[in-house]
Write a protein that binds this ligand. Structure first.
Ligand SMILES: [Zn+2]
Length: 180
């Protein structure tokens, strides 16, 4: 089981298996819990969502991250307007969704190659093998114009993704050290 967790945590190996990491495989939550013992709760929730595909951890993860998103807003002196908190909530939900869901690109099936020409990158996913929302879709979900998204919210969204990445990185580092 340790091997399987290691495999899923290591992006280079999951690239080789070509199936992406969209399925939970044989890993149970108790395997992850054992591997995560002692790591930060936020990091554990990210790992559970990402590796086990658990949807019910999105909400607790959201509440933990919301406080941090508000901190970002205060420190960055964000001008958020009337519906500011709603916007922060929606953008954070998007960031969490993008960070923890591993939806395989329907065009290349996760291979990252252009189906018509395997020497070229897949166009819809830009060669990352994952399905991603477009900027237009993100703006629509948040309820703002594409211009407002690109000008104001894109970088705030990126800051939230970065925070999530840091938690994920720290959690993975601890787990890998423990499993080696
Ligand atoms: Zn693709």
């Amino acid at each position: 089981m340790s091997i399987e967790i290691l495999t899923r945590l290591n992006p280079r190996i999951s690239q080789i298996d070509n199936i992406g990491i969209s399925t939970a495989g044989g890993i149970t939550s108790s395997d992850i819990a054992a591997a995560c013992a002692g790591i930060d709760k936020t990091g554990e929730l990210i790992i559970l969502a990402k590796i086990c595909g658990y949807r019910d951890v999105h909400e607790p993860l959201f509440y933990r991250m919301y406080r941090e998103a508000i901190d970002l807003a205060i420190k960055g002196n964000w001008k958020v307007g009337e519906r500011g908190e709603d916007r922060i909530r929606s953008v954070l939900q998007l960031a969490i969704y993008e960070s923890v869901t591993q939806l395989v690109c329907p065009s290349c099936k996760g291979t990252k190659q252009n189906p018509a020409n395997p020497t070229k990158s897949c166009i819809p996913c830009n060669g990352i093998g994952k399905w991603r929302m477009t900027d237009e879709q993100k703006a629509a979900v948040v309820g703002i114009s594409k211009q407002a998204w690109s000008k104001t919210w894109q970088y705030r969204y990126d800051d939230m993704l970065l925070l999530l990445d840091v938690y994920e990185y720290k959690a993975k580092r601890k787990i890998l050290r423990r499993l080696k």
